[in-house]
Each structure stands twice: as structure tokens, then as C-alpha cells.
Design a protein around this ligand. Structure first.
Ligand code: MN
Ligand code: MN
Length: 391
């Protein structure tokens, strides 16, 4: 290591370098500087990282996008991020009036509205229907097999969809137009009690082209009402998460949503976490299931402790997906100067986490001290509640 290397370090021409104190050296060969800048903890990991931990990050910016007349959709599934076997995500945009075709699928669909407004429709097996408008910060949950649609309203919309199977694909849903195309015309005629010529104008060779297509803006919600003799679905498929009073803590705030406050969401639970600059979503783990993350705003780093001498640190920014395999310890730190906002999503009926700090606080101090040689007074002074986010 020469003095020039040190100076070159992380500052020369502003280029990031894999240099950590006296260790490492500059890159001489080909490089992708924007990617290196976005992943400083991969380029020069903290010394505490160790061993082989699978990739736990995939950005929607690196996902294939399906671009159609009414908008677009890109997915991050187990095909993009192989460790993510429990949940898959889709980022979708609909133009004003743009329609995500009437369809259904084998997986439950949980959604977070990122921007704009949408009208959503569904019916359940009891013939009870659901039609509602949702806006930024609202959720919906359609249980597995329930048919539904989404349409962009005046300002269009963008949302995140999460499915309770990592191998889900948006390209494999059951589409209304495709079923019509794949059914003999005489069977359609018999089924609907209509002459065959009634189906003369069906779209031909749909080749999934409806999927996301241009549509006319619908009228006000009241004008789109269809009354079912069986009434409406008993548990609303939508939930106003942004209207929920958050749990305020020292370094930010948290809103938890699961089947206890959104009864329709029986298979997917979530927390919307907001961490102030410098704040830390405390060291913790989840005793029930993997965690699938979506970063909405800000910059974060997370180290995942995988046991067996393994730990790995990743950096995340808006539009990234993160993943924490079942039971692995982790923290999420806001390393930017803007508020950090992200979703923790779980394939579970309920949200649960174990706080490292609370565990130590509720264990005999002498026992904790015997492990860590910490000052017993400091152990005794730990808060006995769950800090969630510290600063
Ligand atoms: Mn769907
Ligand atoms: Mn977590």
C-alpha cells in the first residue's frame, strides 16, 4: 500500500475504491462506477462481514419491463432473486383510464399504492362484490383465486403488488379475454344464452395484449356501483394504511398491518417503517417467516447475520427489493440525509419480531454479563420495551 493508493482511495476523481483502511487496492480493470456507487458495502464490506451469504438484493431498475398501451409492469420473483421463495413482487403503472384486465390467480395479492388513484373491483365465491377507489398509502388484498381488476383514475397510478409465492408470475394469470378466446364459440353461446354472433367482435389472437390496456376513465365511484343480491364482501378488500396512527418511537415511526386490523389479509402481513436520518431499525429477527422488503424512499444499509460464521451487508435505495431469510438477525440503518421509508412484508397472518435489546433487558443481567462482559449497570438500564427504531 503506497501513500498514493490511500489518497487515491475513495476520493480521487470521486471514484469509489475497494479500500478499507490499509487493506484493499484501487480497481485497475473494467468497472461499472454507478453500480459500485450504489453498493459501497459490497465494494468494501465492513470487516464484520464474513463467509458466503446469498444475494439479498434486486432492483426493479434491473427487472424486465412489460410495456403496453395502458402502462407497464415489472416483476421481482424467485427467478430474479432466487432466495425469495416465499413472496414475489410486481411494480405496476396504469395511465389514466388504463386497465389491468379482469383476471385471477392461484396466489393472494397484497398491494400498496405508491402514487395516484385507482378503482379496484372483485367478487367472492358467495357472489358478494367489492368496488372501491384507493389512493396513495392505501392497501388492498385479494385472497387466492378471487377475480379482480384495477383501473387508473384521472391522475393514473402506480403500485406495488406482493404475492404469497416467490415463483408467482404476472405473465401466468388467468385472463378474461384469453378464456373467451380458448372456449368454443358454441359453448360460449350456450353458457351465456346468447346467439353465437354476439361473440363476433371478441378480440382475436389476444396473445395477452389486453393484460394492461388503454381504457376510458370511469365515472365517479357511485356511478360504477353494481348491487349484488348477496351484498358486499363481508371483509373489505381495501385498507387505509396511511390513516392508521403510527407507533412513534425515538428514531421514526411504524405502522403494522396484518389480519388483526385488516382481516381480509390472512396470508400477508406488513410493516411500513419510516426511519429518520441517522436512525436505525434496531437489531432484531422474525420468529415466524422470511422478510420481503421494498424500499420506497431514502438510502439504507442492512447487515444480515446468517449464523455459522456468516454475515453480509447490502445497500438499498428507492425501488430496490431486499430479503431476509427466516430467523436471520438484521438491522436497517438510514445512511442518507432524507427520511428512509420501506415496507417489511411477510407471508403470515400476523406480524412478529424479536428485539435483541428487549431480549437482553428481560434476561438476568448477570447471565447477559457472563456472555458479553458488558457493564451490568448498562444491561440493567436497557429499556424493557421494544425500541423498534433507535437514533
Ligand atoms: Mn392480480
Ligand atoms: Mn425485519
Amino acid at each position: 500500500m503506497t501513500k498514493a493508493d490511500t489518497v487515491w482511495g475513495t476520493t480521487h476523481n470521486g471514484l469509489p475504491q475497494p479500500i478499507r483502511g490499509t487493506e484493499g487496492a484501487t480497481i485497475l480493470g473494467p468497472r461499472n462506477v454507478p453500480l459500485e456507487r450504489a453498493n459501497p458495502d459490497l465494494l468494501a464490506p465492513p470487516r464484520t462481514d464474513h463467509g458466503t451469504v446469498p444475494n439479498l438484493k434486486f432492483s426493479y431498475a434491473a427487472a424486465h419491463n412489460r410495456v403496453l398501451s395502458g402502462g407497464w409492469a415489472r416483476e421481482v420473483t424467485a427467478r430474479e432473486l432466487p432466495i425469495a421463495t416465499e413472496l414475489a413482487g410486481v411494480n405496476m403503472r396504469l395511465k389514466p383510464g388504463g386497465i389491468r384486465e379482469l383476471h385471477w390467480h392461484k396466489e393472494a395479492e397484497w398491494a400498496y399504492m405508491l402514487a395516484g388513484r385507482a378503482r379496484i373491483t372483485a367478487i367472492d365465491a358467495g357472489g358478494r362484490n367489492f368496488i372501491d377507489d384507493v389512493g396513495e398509502g392505501d392497501l388492498w388484498n385479494f385472497p387466492a383465486g378471487i377475480p379482480h381488476s384495477i383501473q387508473g383514475l384521472e391522475e393514473g397510478c402506480e403500485f406495488l403488488l406482493v404475492f404469497d409465492d416467490g415463483n408467482f408470475s404476472e405473465n401466468a394469470t388467468f385472463l378474461l379475454t384469453e378464456w373467451f378466446e380458448r372456449t368454443p364459440r358454441e359453448v360460449l353461446a350456450k353458457n351465456f344464452g346468447l346467439p353465437q354472433k354476439a361473440f363476433a367482435a371478441l378480440p382475436r389472437d389476444v396473445d395477452y395484449t389486453r393484460y394492461i390496456f388503454d381504457g376510458e376513465l370511469p365515472g365517479p365511484l357511485a356511478s360504477d356501483t353494481v348491487r349484488s343480491p348477496a351484498g358486499e364482501v363481508p371483509k373489505s378488500f381495501s385498507y387505509r394504511l396511511s390513516a392508521q396512527k403510527p407507533v412513534q418511537v425515538a428514531g421514526g415511526q411504524v405502522r403494522v398491518v396484518d389480519s388483526s386490523n385488516f382481516p381480509a389479509a390472512t396470508t400477508i402481513a406488513a410493516a411500513l417503517v419510516e426511519v429518520e436520518p441517522g436512525g436505525l431499525r434496531e437489531l432484531h429477527w422474525h420468529p415466524n417467516t422470511d422478510e420481503w422488503q421494498y424500499y420506497i424512499a431514502g438510502q439504507a444499509r442492512m447487515t444480515v447475520f446468517a449464523s455459522s460464521g456468516r454475515a453480509r451487508t447490502f445497500d438499498y435505495q428507492a425501488g430496490d427489493v431486499g430479503y431476509v431469510p427466516f430467523a436471520m438477525g438484521h438491522y436497517v440503518e438510514n445512511i442518507g440525509d432524507e427520511p428512509l421509508r420501506f415496507l417489511e412484508v411477510f407471508r403470515s397472518a400476523y406480524f412478529a419480531d424479536i428485539s435483541l435489546s428487549q431480549w437482553m433487558a428481560l434476561t438476568p443481567p448477570a447471565l447477559v454479563q457472563a456472555h458479553l462482559n458488558l457493564d451490568p449497570k448498562a444491561i440493567a438500564a436497557l429499556p424493557k420495551g421494544k425500541p423498534l427504531i433507535v437514533r
